[in-house]
Write a protein that binds this ligand. Structure first.
Ligand code: SF4
Length: 371
């Protein structure tokens, strides 16, 4: 069978910092962005020379805000990707912020075939309290324009933002679902070092309780289902045939090259990451698969990873695949853990999964399998 590979390309530029965000992202001049594209092309060429051969079938431009890059820049990067290794692209995603002035057709012509838009909420007050730089009206116009140019549009929502209610979330899904093929719905994680963390610590901002956020999650999923959009991973929901092929690679522990400053990759049994520094990246110093911090994934760690990642999906762990990959007998080797988790998990043929209504206990379940 031909080996396939995904490529993740990190574009670490944003026009400001959302209050909850702890990702690496910076403001940049057009000149720096040009240098960054040139460095990405160099890294792409170098990386293909250092890793085993595989067919590239998915590309994901994540950020940051990849749509700050011009369609010409995206085309140039894709050209380096397609020149460097066998290329049979099935899914090429561009993340973008909701800007109604975006020329979506130009990105389509550059080779992108899927848009993932960070809408987060359609309540203007909630957007302000999250430090977002768009309005609900911007988002609706941008989604509509994206859907004119692309058949496959995904929208990101956040749950548990300050001032957000269950009815906000239900209304957001009801408004957006008819147009889109896919949602990602992430529950807010309050990260140290962010503005929001400070506001909450100072008690100038109050977050919804964990129970309220869990109610938002359940209501969000219920409303999506009414619209024919079903969960396939704890935070991801799609119409039939529109689950993200690229993101599924992460949960299946398939290989992907990570390119760009702060990008992570998983290649030939190693996990690696590039330095979180645009200036070091554009200077060409110390980057790329096989060159930066490499962490060999031991057999024990690989087994834990495989279980932990697969349990995030609704299908669960394919134990036939697990047994073949690790020369194991899952149901026998983990007999005690499985017995201890009987109220939260279930077996479906050769698959082992978390019960549908217990998915929010995913971290607890995964911990049981860690030594
Ligand atoms: S747009 Fe995304 S990456 Fe940029 S600051 Fe906001 S959350 Fe972070």
């Amino acid at each position: 069978m031909t080996k396939t590979r995904g490529i993740y390309i990190h574009i670490p530029f944003c026009t400001g910092k959302c209050f909850y965000c702890d990702f690496y992202s910076v403001r940049a001049t057009p000149e720096v962005m040009k240098e960054y594209v040139a460095a990405l092309i160099l890294e792409t060429r170098a990386a293909f020379g250092r890793v085993s051969e595989a067919v590239t079938d998915t590309v994901y431009f994540g950020g940051g805000t990849p749509s700050l890059m011009s369609p010409e820049d995206i085309a140039a990067i894709l050209s380096a990707v397609s020149d460097g290794a066998p290329y049979a692209p099935e899914e090429i995603t561009l993340e973008c912020n909701p800007d109604p002035n975006t020329d979506f057709s130009a990105y389509r012509d550059a080779g992108v075939n899927r848009i993932s838009m960070g809408v987060q909420s359609l309540n203007d007050g909630v957007l302000v309290s999250a430090g977002r730089r768009h309005t609900a009206s911007d988002a609706l116009k941008a989604v509509s324009k994206a859907c004119e140019a692309f058949e496959n549009v995904s929208v990101d929502l956040m749950l548990g933002l300050p001032g957000q209610s269950v009815s906000d979330v239900v209304s957001d899904v009801r408004t957006l679902a008819p147009s889109v093929k896919h949602f990602s719905a992430y529950m807010l994680k309050l990260e140290k070092g962010t503005k929001l963390y400070r506001f909450v610590s100072d008690k100038t901002v109050l977050l919804p309780s964990d129970d309220e956020t869990a109610d938002m999650y359940d209501a969000c999923m219920g409303e999506m289902e009414k619209n024919g959009i079903y969960r396939y991973e704890i935070s991801n929901f799609a119409r039939d045939g529109y689950a993200s092929k690229h993101n599924l690679k992460y949960w299946m522990r398939d290989e992907y090259l990570g390119l760009g400053a702060a990008a992570h990759g998983f290649q030939d049994g190693y996990r690696y990451h590039n330095p979180s520094s645009v200036s070091r990246y554009v200077s060409g110093e110390n980057f790329g698969a096989g060159r930066t911090v490499n962490e060999y994934v031991s057999l024990a760690d690989a087994k834990e990873e495989a279980i932990m990642l697969a349990l995030r999906t609704d299908k669960g762990l394919d134990t036939d695949r697990f047994d073949a990959e690790f020369d194991a007998d899952f149901f026998s080797d983990y007999r005690d853990e499985i017995a201890a988790l009987a109220s939260l998990t279930e077996r479906d043929g050769s698959f082992f999964r978390i019960k549908r209504d217990k998915m929010l206990f995913e971290s607890f379940v995964a911990r049981e399998f860690m030594k």
